[in-house]
Ligand binder design. Sequence first.
Ligand code: LLP
Length: 438
Amino acid sequence: MDSKLLNILPMGSAIGANGHLIVGGCDVVELSAKYGTPLYVYEESTIQVMAESFTQEFSKRYSNSRVLYASKAYINPAIAKLSIQLGLGIDIVSGGELAVAASMDFPPEDIFFHGNNKSRIEISEAIDYGVGQFVADSFYEIKLINEIAADRNQIQKVMLRLSPGIDGHTHKKTTTGILDTKFGFSIETGDALKAIKNIQNCENLDLTGIHFHLGSPIFEMEPYDLAIRSVIEFLSPLIKTGFDMRDFSPGGGFAVGYTSEKLPPKISEYAETISRALVESCDKFDIPYPRLLVEPGRSIVARAGVALYTVGAIKEIPGLRKYVSVDGGMGDNIRPALYDSKYEVIVANKLNDNDKESVRVVGKYCETGDILAPKVDLPICSSGDVIAIPVSGAYGMSMSSNYNLNPRPAVVMVSNGKSKIIRRRETYADLMRCDQFE
Ligand code: LLP
């Protein structure tokens, strides 16, 4: 195996003497036999190290800071519990994510509710749970939260999501900080100013801070730097005339290395850029330092996760290419089809094989676009081989579907040679559990 792959596999991964991939001290070929495939394997210490690194790198440079895990990357009760243990707050975007967090008694004050179209029911449920803050995203929502809070005779804390008009230079489907986006109040159009005044006039809302999110994954520092400086410049006259900005969040979107050819900047670089831009802009405009909130999602869990598949059919088209089909695909990882995302592929039971050939790794879904890796060099594959795709921990399971009525994969957590199921494989009965027939 190319040693560079160790940079993108979960921390502590290794090659066993038999040429098998070892993750969290567990032979993944044994895991695939024990739990079946497709299987998502999360290595616990990688999640811990990533979360602690974010907390430390930011607090070292900006003591009043807090890391909120963007749970859309992947959440279930076990991950919610781990987030609490790691001292993370959480960013949720739906009643479903709230329900999962609440199932583990997530401290309500550590929950931040984002999203561009929260429903009346979701807002009510969140207020009833005591959710710390809403990140208000529209005039419609400001009115709704105010009304619901008024019905309960309480004051609800809200932050406001701005769209700063800065391009994070990432995929257009995951770009959110520009003018032409459904997210946030634009500074350029005057909506941001209007929304701030609007919230300040709402009797049952307390405007605690400002949020923006440029998109993801963002490999450059400059967009964060520019956006923070321009947003603080915009806010400073308001802060000087009475807006008590206690919280400030430049969002998440920190990059991960999906392939060993394109490694991300260090967490310390993001922390340095963001802290410095915030401190320098507050100093420049002589305003108090707010609490700094950051919302990494992908970068906490992506590297910790490896997807395992079993090779089935192999088709060779002479002179053209070889197709290697696996038992999962776009139903558990839509990212290649949706964003052309690139992944590395490992034949987990043949790490010592040096003879390679170029193949296309495809899934089992009835779609030509169900391609996990368009062109990769792999050891000569046979049916029954175990394929591992590293850096699968973010937005794989969380964006998974039952397309073609395939049950979703099981998820296991591994640590120090032990494995435990944190989500069982779906059954055919699960596929029909919502259906009714008279
Ligand atoms: N904060 C806000 C307000 C967000 O909208 C997001 C992601 C994050 C934080 C976390 O971004 P992260 O650190 O995970 O990059 N499904 C796509 C990504 C869409 C992300 C949407 N919002 C993907 O598979 O790449």
